[in-house]
Design a protein around this ligand. Sequence first.
Ligand code: ADP
Ligand code: ZN
Ligand code: ZN
Length: 730
Amino acid sequence: MTSLFNDTVHRIQVAVPGPFSGPLSYICHSPVPAGTRVRVPLGSRTLVGLVVDEPADADLNSEKLKPIAQVLDDHPQLSSDILSLANWMSRYYLHEYSSSFLLALPGLLRKGDMAQLPAETWIQLTVQGEAVDPLQLKRSIKQQQLMTQLQILKTASLTHIKQLGYGSAELAALEKKQLIKRRDQRNEQSLTPSGELVEPALTLNDEQRIALQQVSQNQFAPFLLEGVTGSGKTEIYLQAIEHCLRKGQRALVLVPEIGLTPQTLARFQRRFKDELVALHSGLSDKQRLQAWLRARLGQAAIVIGTRSAVLTPIPNLGLIVVDEEHDLSYKQQDTLRYQARDVALKRAQLNNIPILLGSATPSLETLHNAISGRFGHLQLKARAAGQEMPTVETIDMRKQRHRHGLSERLLLRIKQHLDDNNQVLVFLNRRGYAPSWYCDDCGWIADCVFCDAHLTHHRQQFANICHHCGHREVPVRQCPNCQSQRIAAMGTGTERAEEMLVDLFPGIPVIRFDRDAASTRLKFEKQLQKTEDQGAALILGTQMLAKGHHFERVTLVCIWDIDVGLFSADLRARERMGQLLTQVAGRSGRGELRGEVLIQTHYPENPLFTPLLRHDYRSFAADLLQERKKTGLPPFGFIAVIRCDSAFAERAEQLLQEMASYLMQTGKVRVLGPLPALLSRRAGKHRFMLIVQASKRSLLHETLTPLHQHYPRDAKQVSWHIDIDPADLA
Ligand code: ADP
Ligand code: ZN
Ligand code: ZN
């Protein structure tokens, strides 16, 4: 109890939401440990903030400080390692101080909700259940399987059982037979990981064994695990995690945005007896809070999640895995623009533990770190189960007769694979019906009124939609320029491709993956399930298909049209295109049958194809690294982009001009711009950017840190932000 007469005053530092570059000072009558949530007054409002571990500003007079309104937690929500990590993030990414701390908290805790786990239902065997032979449950295979599992697990949470794929029906049936019982319990105890296995581990091949040996360390040690798709990287993750759990430590696994499917989860779950929690965008706020609390309390031995899971507090963390480390979804593209892979590296360093970055197509940054010896470099050169790599060929479209952009040669091969009852994957990286709404007589194209971009035609909704700002309009039937009525959709997007494929291959199901057909997590999973349930089928989609999913029955991968990507000006365009092609090609022939990849192009001599044809991503990446070295671009130099937008072009440009002069007079960085952004107008705002380049990271930060003080962030109808280590220079 705080006594009213106790006049000792404690000063605390609080991360408060708002445009502050550091914590704010408050006073309270008893000490509050860092990581605890408090309500604090700010102006006329009361906000939820987080107590941080920072020295108080000595110049501030305590008498002027306001007292906090309320302490929300008995115990800190964030452990000291997470506080240090968030602190590092806020300084590194130069965003509002509080944003990284708040990012570490689930939404409901940010709002001030109670941090308490609801009672969880636990399933336990009865004495009878322990003795019964599961095979006696003749009528239901599912019940047999569940009983077998439970006899291994002894007791398991209902959540865990549901994650394993069992439903209420099996549970009710076993309960009726008095083989199991339920027990509701609010349990905040941590569970020590055992590392015991449900399903036995595979016997590693030589390459895998060597890789695994190196990872089992007890200190900070970053590794690149480079291995072609299907080379057995996931098996190494699983066994490295097993080692970690056997030591009583826990593991954190990061996966790309849509990589966290039931398929992936099931693979981890089938292996380990220990409990696992998944953190992804498909959870409700409540589910997220529960999963997060279980991670924080140490009830989960494995935490598997997407980008923001990198900040989950996990007691006694022993290993971090970042799967598909090159994936762009690790970079947050708004507000706090962090790169989760880099934050994970920092975390591994702070926690002094090993970290494993896996990819078939590593980012140039990571590859450079591995080649230069800063990271351990583990390589798997062959596919684990002995499958051969697919054959890859280009089809020269200049010499081909084609129907709707599909060459006769391609159509013939598709038909042959389908006739053999196999699946064919068709990759077309453009969603919508057609890329544009076009006048055949004068060449007029429907543009977005708010952006400097063409509209994309969507047939199902009969709308032209802007993919940059979401603006939609009903397509005009008459050309506004020449009044011609010969106006129609031009080109092919996935929606139109689906229509064509259905037409060309009657009776064959076409399963589409893009942001329209698989707009939610659930829809995406449904589409994935369909591919598993079908025999011969066409799988059609955008880059969503390149994300590490295992399509067991695909034997042919077709790349419909790659040419638009060959000539993009952006920093990472070629790196990305090489990754995309390699990844998509890797979807082929992962099952028993040898795969085939066909690429349609008008530029078969383009060097971008060479690595693919030879399965040599490495020498392709080496060429790109050489170029980056010449230009001083990452990983040989360090860059930040300052983007600025305004309804008034001059204002944005002028502000950047001022910043450019300021930055240049420091003499520590090179500044390029102001340049119009690649999309120079978006949602009615004019967009400009500055590219800031430095030979050392520290120089970049020294020059950019004071910028926020000099130039308020939302002044005079101009808004701007800094993007450190940007994903692109657009
Ligand atoms: P990646 O993660 O590199 O794509 P996976 O770990 O998914 O590779 O392995 C690809 C396939 O090879 C899987 O079906 C997996 O079960 C199998 N596999 C992996 N390692 C072995 C091994 N040592 N022996 C036999 N099969 C293996
Ligand atoms: Zn016209
Ligand atoms: Zn638009």
